[in-house]
Structures are given as structure tokens and as C-alpha cells.
Write a protein that binds this ligand. Structure first.
Ligand code: NAD
Length: 265
């Protein structure tokens, strides 16, 4: 308990999946967590769950592609919490399909959420992080798809590869400024969350997303991951918690791969 006590954390895309698990883990370890997402009801439910577990959290509606919205979220944190120590740029979408069938609009939408959203988060959060003089930790959610290619995921791979190198460049900029802000990327493998429904088609109308998704991911992970099974959002949240805490104080610009050995071969 208390590994991030007294810290203020912002987690985007926190109404579901990995973001939700990160918000819950950070709150359980003592952080005050600001969750943002497009899904307001689900976001409110996460705040309620964190409160029921004696954690501290509040929810704000945010589209990470909207720069004015970023300014509002950061202004709200400056006014209410007065500081920002941890930013988890987690919100993301996955649009699968053949590259020759993908529309330019879908490609741009994926880049807007997965890359521009991360850029805007970093741009708007760093000035508030610097104000405290205590440094900070920025964690950008990439993917194993940012480390190696995947058929039918060209747009997604492009976006996650961009997050990987963007992270290293910002890490260098912060180090040069000696602001004690560390910037790292996290690379999940096959993790059981709703994002897969738009990649493997398990969430269509009438689809029994839960069981169908679980079975499909089981089969995929059995072949792809050295450990032979899929991961859960909590597996990623544990890594994010470590990067958010002082335990990783000498780590910046790194790639934390949490993939059950998917990238080993
Ligand atoms: P998810 O769909 O469960 O959660 C993503 C959340 O982001 C949703 O709550 C969604 O509403 C929110 N979101 C989408 N667009 C948004 C926007 N424009 N503004 C604000 N919020 C927005 O999926 P997840 O698996 O938990 O994904 C979280 C992150 O992890 C993503 O960046 C994803 O690419 C990455 N990732 C996931 C896996 C996996 O296997 N699940 C693997 C590698 C990387």
C-alpha cells in the first residue's frame, strides 16, 4: 500500500479495460486519480468503485483528440488538485482490416486518437508537472504492435510505433531540461479488453462479445504468446504502477514490454 501516496494522476481512456485497471491500481496505492474518457456512465462507475475501495478519484469527460479539452482538463486539475505527478496516456482505438480497404478517414481517426492524443497530453501536462518542482512520470500506452508488424493492423502499428519514438524524444527533452520528468512507453501483448471487438470483429450487433472475445483471444494467445495465454488489464496496471512510482526513478525512455513473451520469437 502507498506506493504512489500523495501523488496526483491523470489516466485517459479510464472507463474501460487497461485504463480502468490503471486508475484502480494507482488509487489503491494512494494516488488521487482523475479519470477521463468519452464513456461518461462507465467512467462514473469506475469512480464509484474506487470510492467504495476507499480510494480518491473523480471523472471528467474528455476527447483526447481535442486540444481545447486538454487545456480544460489540465486547468481543472491545477485548480482542484494543484499539481500533477503522473500522466497515463492510455486512450486508444484499434481499427483492423486490410490496408487497401481501410478508408483515409479511419486511418486519420486512429492516428488522431492514438498519436495526436498522446502528443496533446504530453504538451499540456508537462507545464503543470514542472510547477511543483518534484518531477513526474509520463506513461504512454504503445503496444507490441509498436515493436513489430501485424497483418491487417497496418494503421494501428503505425500509430503505436509513433508513440514508441515520440516517447523517447520527449524523454530526452525532459532530461535535458533537468525537470525530473520521466517518460516511458508500455507495450501490452494480447490483453482481454473490448478494444479487440473492433480488431477481430467480436463486438458486432448481436455478438456475445464477452465469451466470444475471450475464446478468440485464448486461441490467439495460445499460439502467439510464449506463456500460452492472454493477459488481463491488471497485468498492465502493475507495470504502469511501477513506472508511476519512485521505484522506477532511474528509468526514462524505456519500453516496458508486458506480453507473455509474444515478442520473443
Ligand atoms: P478499451 O477499448 O477497453 O479502452 C479504451 C478506452 O479509451 C475506452 O474507454 C474508450 O472509450 C477510450 N477512448 C477511445 N477514444 C477516445 C478518445 N478520443 N478520447 C478519450 N477516450 C477515448 O481498450 P484497452 O485495451 O483497455 O486499450 C487501452 C490502451 O491499451 C489503448 O491505447 C490500446 O491501444 C492499448 N493496448 C491494448 C492492448 C490489448 O490487447 N487490449 C494491447 C496493446 C495495447
Amino acid at each position: 500500500m502507498g506506493r504512489v501516496s500523495g501523488k496526483v494522476a491523470l489516466v485517459t481512456g479510464a472507463a474501460s479495460g487497461i485504463g480502468r485497471a490503471c486508475a484502480e491500481r494507482l488509487a489503491a496505492e494512494g494516488a488521487t486519480v482523475i479519470l477521463t474518457d468519452l464513456q461518461d456512465e462507465a467512467g462514473a462507475a469506475v469512480v464509484e468503485a474506487i470510492g467504495a475501495a476507499s480510494g480518491s478519484a473523480r471523472y471528467l469527460h474528455q476527447d483526447v483528440t481535442d486540444e481545447a479539452g486538454w487545456a480544460q482538463v489540465i486547468a481543472s486539475i491545477a485548480a482542484q488538485e494543484g499539481r500533477l505527478d503522473i500522466l497515463v496516456n492510455n486512450a486508444g482505438i484499434g481499427l483492423g482490416g486490410s490496408v487497401i480497404e481501410m478508408s483515409l478517414a479511419d486511418f486519420r481517426r486512429q492516428m488522431a486518437v492514438n498519436v495526436e492524443g498522446v502528443f496533446l497530453g504530453v504538451k499540456h501536462a508537462i507545464p503543470l508537472m514542472r510547477k511543483s518542482g518534484d518531477g513526474g512520470s509520463i506513461i504512454n500506452m504503445s503496444s507490441v504492435a509498436g515493436l513489430k508488424g501485424a497483418a491487417s493492423l497496418a494503421g494501428y502499428c503505425a500509430s503505436k510505433g509513433a508513440v514508441r519514438l515520440f516517447t523517447k524524444a520527449v524523454a530526452l527533452e525532459c532530461a535535458a531540461a533537468q525537470d525530473r520528468i520521466r517518460v516511458n512507453s508500455v507495450h501490452p501483448g494480447i490483453i482481454e479488453t473490448p478494444i479487440w471487438d473492433t480488431i477481430i470483429g467480436t463486438g458486432g450487433p448481436g455478438a456475445n462479445a464477452g465469451p466470444q472475445r475471450a475464446a478468440t483471444l485464448d486461441a490467439m494467445a495460445n499460439v502467439a504468446a510464449a506463456l500460452g495465454h492472454k493477459g488481463q488489464p491488471g497485468d498492465i496496471a502493475d507495470g504502469v504502477l511501477w513506472l508511476a512510482s519512485e521505484e522506477s526513478r532511474y528509468v526514462t525512455g524505456a519500453e516496458l514490454v508486458i506480453d507473455g513473451g509474444l515478442t520473443l520469437r
